[in-house]
Design a protein around this ligand. Sequence first.
Ligand SMILES: Nc1ncnc2c1ncn2[C@@H]1O[C@H](COP(=O)(O)OP(=O)(O)OP(=O)(O)O)[C@@H](O)[C@H]1O
Length: 413
Amino acid sequence: MVSRESVLAVLATVPDPDGGDLVSRERIRSLVVKDGRVGFALASHDPVAMEGARSAAEAAIRALEGVTDVLAAVVDERDGTSEPAPASRPGLLDKARRLVGGARSAPTGATAPTAPPPAAPAARPATAHRAAPPSGRPAASGTAGAGEGPDNLAGVKRIIAVGSGKGGVGKSTVSANLAVSLAALGWRVGLVDADIFGPSIPLLFGAEGYRPKGAFIPLEAHGVKVMSIGFLVDPAKAVVWRGPMVTGALMQLVRDTQWGPLDALLIDLPPGTGDIQLSLSQRVALTGAVVVTTPQDLALIDVRKATNMFEAVKVPVLGMVENMATFVCPNCGTETDIFGHGGGEREAEAEGVPFLGRIPLTRAIRDASDNGRPIATDPASPEGKAYAAIAAELVATLAGAQEKPFPEIVFES
Ligand SMILES: Nc1ncnc2c1ncn2[C@@H]1O[C@H](COP(=O)(O)OP(=O)(O)OP(=O)(O)O)[C@@H](O)[C@H]1O
């Protein structure tokens, strides 16, 4: 059985770039040890210099008996928004005790789940332990209700990240259609395309040439307010940016866009579980995350990393969406399970997160996406109905989560 102490003991043998070791330098944040899985973040004012220590720490923990999975990431503390300075920070064990003992901060007001508007489906109890209101993690900066958040996020009720462990699973397509379907339920919805290296939201909304004038004014299309890094930066130039620069740009995109009042702001994260995803998840007060996967084993291994990452930073996973579940032949209508069957649902069950639904692999989805009109704009189509069902499930999960007390985090000792 892996314990927190054994993990900390190993981390105390990993050299810190500034001398000493990672524990004595108080680098460790959000350490979670559960069922052989270990997740933690390393705080640094120089994330690039920290990379070597991060991979050494991961390798050292992976070698520990009983460890089945490990995820370490570096969080950028240069702007001083993530945590207090080391000198004023209480010891790690005290922090862990505070987390376990339930001394959790209230969810940040404007992003906490609240009852859905009348048009939304009725609430049902949240089924999964992770689908609960956010708490217990440091108040993220730059978000409404966090004390220092910008005014233009003050009216945003929920911020939901859409992530995937692996690229190409259809995360952006799901984000776009989910946003359109939530808007069709009567919600005021915003969508941020945070995929700096491959922004696809402009294409999905038929807005590739859109350039906001002066202030960050979002594009409005299909009932959704859309802002993409692709409206502001040439992806060919952004590709050479270092991680902290990317995170800074994305934070600006979220904070400075003139959203106005929203019931939900969706953030289409870059694929994967690296530093950018982790930093964003920590620095934006997320209500929760939706994780997209395809049913094949390769994607399912990576989706586990995504749920672990969100768990490590105490962002509740609101649910999993299985994309490209079955292929429907446009000629004969025959259904084929190209990527296997039911993998997403089984994984959701194994991970203890709600399964929000599955989307088939169809030509209509691809064509609609390429034509700048997400298929969810046609709610009578089979695909539109599938997205609408997922949106309804998400709203119900959010409403149910509001009623459920936050679960205890049990650290093994
Ligand atoms: N259910 C689906 N049926 C048919 N085509 C789909 C479906 N979902 C996504 N696609 C297509 O697959 C391609 C990749 O989708 P998308 O860009 O949404 O993936 P992603 O996970 O966001 O990718 P990236 O990792 O590059 O950000 C696109 O051409 C999209 O139209």
